[in-house]
Design a protein around this ligand. Structure first.
Ligand SMILES: CC(C)(COP(=O)(O)OP(=O)(O)OC[C@H]1O[C@@H](n2cnc3c(N)ncnc32)[C@H](O)[C@@H]1OP(=O)(O)O)[C@@H](O)C(=O)NCCC(=O)NCCS
Length: 189
């Protein structure tokens, strides 16, 4: 993944560490700046894997995220972006899984419980969408139980059968394939 073309602009609720971010894509692709005071977005590295496992574990338990093995995280670490808190701890993550020249999936989006509703997830989403645009992709999809998080920034609902590559890659092997409660959402880039 290239440098994340993202920077933050402090809005009305800024000024506190947990102020809401108003993230915009950098027009010139310059180095990333923090989307929130005290928070930095960066590409994931292999040494983040234990923290990613810890971050995702509670959401795997609730069924909001699919389980990922240590092997899978290591193998696909370049797909991940992480958000670091003020002391360098991983407080959020997300990944972009490319399926074709046109389509990628936003997956593994997670923000630590005590950092939720502070703009971190939105900042990660914006960074991954910027990355998808930089790759020249034409659409990104997500399968989610939190569609509102995506719909508010322009995603539309879709049928997961419209994405045979995704269905082929993951759904056919998923134990919830026939009783899936996730909603497919898609954003045209
Ligand atoms: C979904 C998730 C990544 C959002 O992260 P976040 O940092 O809390 O999101 P943000 O603060 O950027 O939220 C921005 C907006 O998205 C919407 N939103 C965020 N979380 C939401 C949720 N759980 N349900 C509905 N809308 C939500 C809200 O409109 C929110 O704005 P508001 O706080 O002003 O109302 C986080 O709740 C999470 O980690 N959930 C568990 C794992 C998961 O479900 N991942 C998604 C799988 S694809």
């Amino acid at each position: 993944m290239s440098a994340l073309p993202i920077y933050g602009e402090q809005g009305a609720r800024s000024g506190t560490l947990r102020g809401k971010a108003h993230v915009r894509l950098a027009p010139d692709g310059t180095a990333p700046r923090s989307p929130l005071p005290g928070v930095a977005l960066r590409e994931a590295v292999l040494s983040d894997v234990p923290a990613l496992e810890q971050l995702m574990a509670p959401y795997v338990q609730t069924g909001d995220l699919l389980p990922r093995s240590n092997y899978d995280l290591c193998r696909h670490i370049k797909e991940y972006v992480v958000a670091e808190g003020p002391t360098g701890e991983v407080i959020g993550c997300g990944s972009l899984k490319v399926y074709s020249r046109d389509l990628a999936e936003l997956a593994g989006l997670a923000v630590r419980q005590d950092w939720q509703r502070a703009g971190v997830g939105g900042a990660l989403l914006a960074a991954l969408i910027a990355e998808a645009r930089a790759y020249g992709l034409t659409e990104v999809l997500a399968l989610t139980r939190k569609p509102a998080f995506f719909l508010r920034i322009g995603f539309a609902r879709a049928e997961r059968e419209h994405f045979p590559l995704k269905v082929w890659a993951d759904c056919v092997r998923c134990p919830r394939n026939t009783c899936c409660d996730e909603v497919a959402v898609v954003l045209k880039l």
